[in-house]
Design a protein around this ligand. Structure first.
Ligand code: GLU
Length: 476
């Protein structure tokens, strides 16, 4: 039975990289009929909180990465870690360390001044009984350090192949810190063993930790799981994806109107490739085709434009009603609609704008005029489309529009064209100013469709406001 896990540290958000690793674990588990486990690595009590955990659970749920077991919390398992650490001490495979951070710092600086690399100098491994008793009497806090044996440690990584490390390059790392909390390389082993993890799939940045963890498995007489280290995600400049590149929190992308299914599809292609040109995959399709063999060694680049392109593809494929349901919360968030709204009207807006939407939030930027009347006019548009005498023509338009009984696309078009004829000008010379006047923008859907949807009163009032605005501008 395959058992995998994702083990985020609660830092206040789910990092894009962690989400991608979670997805790979999830796909592997689902494909193999295995179990996907969630473990919260909240050993740093001061920096963790329920609120932070909730953000992580929300983001995983939003992505559809349902876990089968957990969440387990490391903070509730400190007794277990201590028990195993004491066992190692009693077997001579670990030892107490009474060194204070200041003492270590002092010795470290001395060594480094001589141009040598520092590694814990095993001072406490060689304490006399007398020294130890003295420290105990003083009540000095003590850590537990692992006694790294001689030799070398190797493992077969499912992605990178054989990886080998000389043990002499590994310092006697801390299993339990002097404040009683476990070190990452220890608690992770205890938990992966107790939770019967068969495959550890995680980021490349942990490769250097793996030999340490393997040493702990072997010291405790346990078999280690298989390891698969997946490539890191880099920003466009090929440095590790970080806040410098923009947002790294999954929740940010949700707030920006990215669809979870698009985000999942996008994440899947960061480091894994299907071996064909195709790029659009649903979760079910990913589960069918995913394999660790097709995860590359090279880092993946996070390309925001590709994400937006993909999101647009997913929006286009969505059924209209479904799209309306998904857009409504964003309209509310932006204040464009309140608790009461006209669903039918929104549905018509969405129908008209669907092809232009890259995110669920885009109406805020390119469709605010469907919902509010007091917008500004694009200054570039004013420069380009407004000419001497345009007010007079707009007034003629207003007059004719007022006469329309059955307000629709065709009736609006007839008015505009007949006035252009009468004036002996191109229809565009009237169409562009009208668009600017009723939307504030220079682009959008077909003007006459837009007029029909906005309705007679709104169009006429907006044109009147525009004429007034233009007159005032002229007076200046
Ligand atoms: N808490 C670790 C992290 O977030 C987990 C690493 C692992 O999967 O072992 O990087």
């Amino acid at each position: 039975m395959i058992r995998v896990r994702i083990a985020p540290s609660p830092t206040g958000y789910l990092h894009v990289g962690t989400a991608r690793t979670a997805l790979f674990n999830y796909l592997f588990a689902r494909k193999e009929g295995g179990v996907f486990i969630l473990r919260i690595e909240d050993t740093d009590i001061k920096r963790s909180s329920q609120e932070m955990v909730d953000v992580i659970l929300d983001s995983l749920t939003w992505l559809g990465l349902e876990w089968d077991e957990g969440p387990y919390f490391q903070s509730k398992r400190f007794d277990i870690y201590r028990k195993y650490a004491e066992k190692l001490v009693s077997e001579g495979k670990a030892y107490y360390c009474y060194c204070t951070p200041e003492e270590i710092k002092e010795r470290k600086e001395k060594v480094q001044k001589q141009g040598k690399a520092w590694k814990y100098d095993r001072r406490c491994l060689h304490l006399t009984d007398e020294e130890r008793r003295k420290f105990e009497e003083e009540g000095r806090p003590k850590a537990i350090r692992f006694l790294v044996p001689e030799g070398k440690t190797d493992f077969d990584d499912l992605i990178h192949g054989k990886i080998e490390r000389e043990n002499q390059d590994i310092e006697d790392f801390v299993l339990i810190k002097s404040d009683g909390t476990p070190g990452y390389n220890f608690s992770v082993v205890i938990d992966d063993h107790e939770m019967e993890i068969t495959h550890v799939i995680r980021g490349d940045d942990h490769i250097s930790n793996t030999p340490k963890q393997i040493l702990v498995y072997r010291a405790l007489g346990w078999n280690e799981p298989a390891f698969a280290h997946v490539p890191l995600i880099l920003g466009q400049d090929r440095s590790k994806l970080s806040k410098r590149h923009g947002a790294v929190a999954v929740s940010y992308y949700r707030d920006q109107g990215i669809l979870p299914e698009a985000f999942v599809n996008f994440l899947a292609l960061l480091g894994w490739s299907p071996g064909e040109d195709r790029e659009i995959f649903s979760m079910d399709e990913l589960i069918k085709v995913f394999s660790l063999e097709r995860v590359g060694k090279k880092p993946a680049i996070f390309d925001i434009n590709k994400l937006l392109w993909m999101n647009q593809e997913y929006i286009r494929k969505l059924d209209n009603d479904e799209l309306v349901e998904r857009i409504i919360p964003y309209l509310k968030m932006s204040g464009l609609i309140g608790d009461e709204f006209d669903r039918d009207y929104i549905s018509r807006v969405v129908h008209l704008m669907k092809e232009r939407l890259q995110t669920l939030r885009d109406l805020e930027k390119i469709g605010y005029y469907y919902f509010k009347d007091d917008f500004d006019y694009d200054p570039k548009g004013l420069k380009k489309r407004i000419y001497l005498g345009v007010e007079k023509r707009l007034e003629m338009v207003i007059e004719e529009l007022e006469k329309i009984d059955v307000w629709n696309e065709k009736a609006c078009e007839d008015v505009v064209r007949s006035i252009a004829d009468k004036e002996g000008c191109k229809a565009g010379e009237i169409i562009h100013p009208i668009r600017l006047g009723i939307s504030g923008m220079t682009f959008g859907p077909g003007l006459f469709e837009l007029m029909e949807l906005l309705g007679k009163t709104r169009v006429i009032n907006r044109l009147k406001r525009f004429v007034e605005f233009l007159r005032k501008e002229e007076d200046h």
